[in-house]
Write a protein that binds this ligand. Structure first.
Ligand code: ADP
Ligand code: MG
Length: 672
């Protein structure tokens, strides 16, 4: 539909065509689905005296006089227009706009839209948009104006002109894209009305109805796609690993499993013994003890003669897992394979021969040279760090492996159940016994000295501290400098302690060495970037200072903070920030008030939008453009109910036809 080229439109010559191509616009259809990224509502005309300072709105004024003035009175020109409306006078100011001299006449009636500055009795509009009262486009001017993405050399008005023509192709007889019963059930407006109103809203209400209809459509189709994905996954047969006890390992652990851990272990046992392959996501807050669950699953596989791999996103973390697992499962042949592993050949051989039953490592595990022997279980830790593709590469190495994903990025409960349609979910919602809540404080600049003193005192008593700096991009040289400067400062400040530094630009060997020293308490103070975010476990570290806390997402702050509070001594997290914006403050408050990863994730979603949290894109499922997963959760639930009933009502060819009709284009892209 609408595959006609934009070249056929008025005012679109070769040059313009090429320019708008840069916006991804080639056909009429491209324009129709090029939704505005915002709107300007110029429909509210108000008397000047009603404006509050800084408010936007439309003024209906009469030109009293105009003149070029000020320091810029020369060639460029500061152009001022004095106007009056029914309530009072105002001045309209344009910079570098000598050319406007021709456009006004005294006594002319105009509409001006823009921001109004109020200062005492004075009203000023800077650079408003305006139109003559008698202009033929007056009605458009006074409507709700769409704002589109732009590219160099194309003005908003040009894009609007093209969009308006493209929308002319949308008529009442175009094909409806949602089933009729769904439209009726939710009282959604037809597709043609929705499209017209999303681009050129007739009214505020028209825009709201259009948004609702299109948001529902996105969510419904997302749900259909997720159910389709789940079915695809459900058809896969898995290696059957019959249930087996692991009491020997359990009794050798220095602690007893929490009830939450026990029940996840039982779920895994059942999953692996079933004919259908396991595809399970374990969501557990930082420090909830996911690693030991992985250990037990791998031991079960090993006892039945199957190999397992555990893939971690960093070498440090892989190393740490290796050390933990090695302690309790040595008898099964535990191997570490990372980029810096020496004598890889020998390692490959032990893997291929099946001598090693439990293999732990990084991306190195998915290299072509690695050939597994009876791979029965694939575990990935901190799943959000891997693309689905990497996970799959690993899964493909086993004939029909069981998959276990461990994630500490809590997705809000309501959402995860709906969105991770393709996996089963276990939640570890219980912290190991005896853990104290971490106390989190926002430290104002004037309180920093006493914080440093407090830390000194605690370190003297034998505890350790992390100082974390944001390093958004590992290639960010500026940020790297700031970490090093910070390190030097702290080395001086805490001359009586051993201070270490850790960042992503260091050689793996040096990183490991630093981590080792810190975990053996040979370093008491560690200055680090977010490389320490994942996994590292040093129970004796009870304090963390996070610099520029406003530069981190909430979920990430929570993840970082999870590095402390791992022993039985009271732990602290100190947040430093110079940003005083409303959102920054709100985020910091959230962190100080809550220790619950799920609650924080909810907040994060509301403050930041779903963005990268979901990663649904990696499955080939299109992005949501209108729907907002944080605000539209009710709609999402309804969409899920509807989609589910489709899968219950139809089957076989009928279902195929239905899916093809409504999500045909998406189906082609779906991957698992
Ligand atoms: P995460 O879920 O963040 O990966 P880990 O698996 O690293 O957490 O566990 C955090 C710490 O808690 C580790 O030192 C681990 O040995 C310990 N731990 C795990 N389970 C328990 C438990 N049931 N009781 C006490 N300590 C536990
Ligand atoms: Mg972990």
């Amino acid at each position: 539909m609408f595959s006609g080229t934009l070249k056929t439109l008025k005012g679109v010559g070769d040059k313009t065509y090429e320019k708008i191509n840069r916006l991804g616009l080639y056909t009429i259809g491209d324009c129709i689905s090029n939704y505005p990224r915002g709107y300007v509502d110029r429909s509210v005309v108000k008397p000047l005296s009603d404006f509050k300072d800084g408010e936007y709105g439309t003024v209906h004024g009469i030109v009293q006089s105009f003149n070029l003035a000020g320091r810029y009175g020369g060639a460029k020109g500061l152009f001022k227009v004095q106007i009056v409306d029914s309530s009072m006078k105002a001045e309209v100011v344009f910079f570098n706009a000598k050319y406007l001299g021709d456009q006004f006449t005294v006594g002319q009636e105009c509409y001006f839209y823009g921001q109004v500055k109020v200062s005492g009795r004075k009203r000023t509009l800077f650079h408003p948009e305006f139109i003559d009262f008698h202009h033929k486009d007056k009605d458009h001017f006074l409507g709700i104006k769409p704002i589109y993405n732009l590219t160099k050399g194309v003005s908003l008005n040009e894009v609007i002109k093209i969009q308006r023509q493209a929308l002319g192709f949308v008529t009442a007889d175009i094909q409806e894209t949602l089933p009729n019963d769904v439209l009726l059930k939710h009282q959604l407006i037809p597709i043609d009305v929705a499209l017209k109103n999303i681009h050129f809203p007739e009214s505020e209400e028209g825009l709201l109805l259009a948004k609702r209809r299109l948001a529902y459509e996105e969510l419904f189709k997302l749900q259909l796609a997720l159910f389709a994905l789940k079915r695809k996954a459900g058809d896969v047969e898995g290696t059957v690993i019959e249930a087996i006890e692991v009491n020997d390992v359990l009794t050798s652990l220095p602690f007893e499993l929490t009830n939450a851990q026990k029940s996840v272990v039982e779920e895994i046992k059942k999953d692996m013994a079933a004919r259908k392959g396991m595809n399970r996501l374990i969501q557990g807050d930082v420090g909830s003890g996911k690693t030991v669950v992985a250990l037990l699953a791998m031991v079960m596989a090993a006892k039945r003669g199957y190999q397992s791999v555990l893939m971690a996103p960093t070498e440090i973390l892989a190393e740490q897992h290796y050390q933990f697992v090695q302690q309790y499962a040595e008898a099964f042949g535990v191997l570490l394979l990372t980029g810096s592993t020496k004598k890889k050949k020998a390692v490959y051989e032990k893997i291929a021969s099946g001598e090693a039953k439990i293999i732990i490592g990084t991306h190195a595990l998915i290299q072509d040279q690695v050939i597994y022997d009876k791979l029965g279980l694939v575990v990935t830790d901190e799943q959000h760090r891997f693309g689905v593709r990497q996970r799959n590469a690993l899964v493909k190495k086993g004939e029909m492996a069981n998959v276990l994903i461990m994630s500490a990025t809590p997705i809000p409960r309501t959402l995860s159940l709906i969105l991770y349609g393709d996996v089963d979910i276990s939640i570890i919602n219980e912290r190991p016994k005896g853990r104290k809540e971490i106390k989190t404080h926002y430290v104002k600049p004037e309180k920093r000295e006493s914080m440093y003193d407090f830390i000194r005192k605690s370190v003297k008593e034998g505890q350790q501290v992390y100082f974390v700096c944001p390093l958004v991009e590992e290639s960010d040289i500026l940020d790297l400098n700031s970490v090093e400067t910070f390190y030097e400062d702290l080395s001086k400040r805490y001359a009586e302690f051993n201070v270490g530094i850790l960042h992503g630009k260091m050689k793996p060997k040096a990183k490991e060495e630093t981590m080792r020293l810190f975990s053996e308490n040979k370093l008491q103070v560690l200055v680090a970037t977010t490389v320490i975010e994942v996994g590292i476990d040093v129970p004796n570290a009870t304090m963390m200072v996070i610099n520029d806390a406003d530069r981190f997402g909430l979920a990430q702050l929570h993840q970082l903070r999870g590095r402390v509070g791992r022993g039985d001594v009271q732990s602290y997290c100190f947040l430093l920030s110079d940003a005083l914006g409303k959102v920054a403050v709100e985020r910091i408050q959230t962190m100080c008030q809550s220790n619950d990863g799920f609650e924080i994730a909810d907040k994060d979603l509301a403050l930041r939008g779903p963005g990268e949290i979901l990663g649904v894109r990696q499955h080939g499922i299109p992005e949501l453009r209108i729907a907002n997963l944080s605000q539209d959760q009710e709609l999402l639930k309804e969409a899920q109910v509807d989609a589910k009933s489709i899968f219950e009502t139809y089957s076989g060819d009928e279902l195929k036809a239905y899916l093809n009709r409504y999500i045909g284009d998406v189906l082609k892209e779906l991957t698992l």
